[in-house]
Design a protein around this ligand. Structure first.
Ligand code: 2IT
Length: 448
């Protein structure tokens, strides 16, 4: 059904055959929108789909920098300003060797719908570089950030485009980026970046927000089946900021988290990653820049499975917190066989299309990252508000607002899925609910 969607998918495949991740993300959304297009012809008349898949603007630039030995390096810098119907472009910066235009377009596209779901006034964007932070000294990271901002500064602003962190960009990098922004723009524009230090305008709870948010969302999904995190066994992938927040909140709610992972393999801790010392060690692992999960196993005497992902572990809840396409068909089959009941995505587009198709045929509660990981950017939105007010909420106030936002996102996804004929399908629900707010704003704003 929906010739309009068929036509759009054909056109995308023809125009961007080499943009694999962008095609994956945009086709998933278009498939969800079929019943919406069938029901309301205004979107086709206003060419909303043709417009929403093309970024309003893409900036690509050279990032030259010098290492500690005086050697020259050049990386690619990007900022994809995808959609500003709801507010200034908003989304993270990713520094990772895999970064290319396709990956940033997929992330920017997802961000439009995610930011819409938060209910806050934020458009969608994403940026970054193929710079590899692994093994770099702090001085090298600083020089890279300064060079990156030397071009980016003229394209951003608190009412224009507000970057933040993502993989490879945390508090330290945001600090270096802000230092250079201030110098070039000759203004301390607090709201131009989010994820700032909490002593200089950063929101309390921003580091925790994505991980806490995904657990709040999962809690709502479990509640639809009269269930909770109490006594559940949980597998988490990754050990960065998002994984850290998810481990903390799931543990607080009575679950036992038994895995974390890195590019080198996964850790199985039968006793649970549950003590404050173990949880705090995750931050040390990240700060070390080594990118090795094995460090945890060595320190706490846990099992380490080199070169493997944690999805072969029998658990009740699996929370992918690492990167795109980290859950394949074989992984979800294995999880299902071992009795998993919920898979809330924390990384963006954690699941391959084949794995997602498989999950739709089961009764496993599954939510897409754009819904369940929206707590991060929602708290960035709260940071923007606090900066405008020259004011800051306390941790418990931010946490409470985050919790309410996650409950609301769950409710809008659930209701949209029901209203458009696929109850329980959070992918369709998130895509439809996210789309409607953006598309209606685009209609209101005319040809632009
Ligand atoms: O994927 C994401 O939502 C983020 N990396 C956070 C974006 C933000 O602006 O806080």
């Amino acid at each position: 059904m929906s010739k309009y969607v068929d036509r759009m998918i054909e056109q995308l495949n023809k125009t961007y055959p080499w943009e694999k991740e962008f095609l994956q993300a945009s086709i998933e959304v278009l498939e969800s929108l079929r019943p919406v297009m069938e029901k309301d012809s205004r979107y086709e008349e206003a060419a909303i789909l043709e417009r929403i898949v093309v970024p309003e603007r893409t900036i690509m630039f050279r990032v030259p920098w010098m290492d500690d030995n005086g050697k020259y390096h050049v990386n690619h810098g990007f900022r994809v300003q995808f959609n500003s119907a709801l507010g200034p472009y908003k989304g993270g910066l990713r520094f990772h060797p895999s970064v290319n235009l396709s990956i940033l377009k997929f992330l920017g596209f997802e961000q439009i719908f995610k930011n819409s779901l938060t209910g806050l006034p934020m458009g969608g964007g994403k940026g970054g570089s193929d710079f590899d932070p692994r093994g770099k000294s702090s001085a090298e990271v600083m020089r890279f950030c300064q060079s990156f901002m030397s071009e980016l500064w003229r394209h951003i602003g608190q009412d224009l485009d507000v970057p933040a962190g993502d993989i490879g960009v945390g508090g330290r990098e945001i600090g270096f980026l802000m230092g250079q922004y201030k110098k070039l723009a000759n203004i301390h524009q607090g709201g131009v970046l989010t994820g700032k230090g909490q002593g200089w305008g950063g929101s309390k709870m921003r580091p925790e927000a994505t991980g806490f948010g995904v657990v709040y969302f999962a809690q709502e999904m479990l509640a639809t089946k009269g269930d909770s995190f109490e006594g559940k066994k949980v597998a988490i992938s990754g050990f960065g900021n998002v994984a850290w927040g998810a481990v903390r909140k799931a543990t607080e709610l009575g679950a036992k988290v038994v895995t974390i992972s890195g590019p080198d393999g996964f850790v199985y801790d039968a006793n649970g990653i549950s003590t404050p010392e173990k949880i705090a060690y995750m931050l040390e692992m990240r700060a070390s820049g080594r990118d090795k999960a094995q460090d945890y196993a060595d320190k706490f005497g846990a099992e380490f499975h080199a070169g493997k992902r944690p999805w072969c572990t029998p658990v009740d809840v699996a929370i992918p917190c690492a990167t795109q396409n980290e859950l394949g068909l074989e992984d979800v089959k294995e999880l299902k066989k071992n009795g998993v009941i919920a898979i809330p995505e924390a990384s963006n587009m954690s699941t391959t299309p084949e794995a997602m198709e498989f999950l739709f045929e089961t009764d496993i509660l599954f939510s897409p990252g754009k819904a369940s990981n929206a707590g991060g950017v929602a708290t960035s939105g709260l940071e923007m508000s606090q900066n405008s007010l020259r004011f800051g909420w306390e941790s418990d106030e931010v946490d409470q607002k985050l919790h309410t936002i996650m409950k609301n996102i769950h409710k809008s996804c659930k209701e949209a899925a029901e209203q458009f004929g696929t109850p329980g399908n959070y992918v369709n629900g998130a895509n439809i609910a996210g789309f409607l707010r953006v598309a209606n704003a685009m209609i209101d704003q005319g040809v632009c």
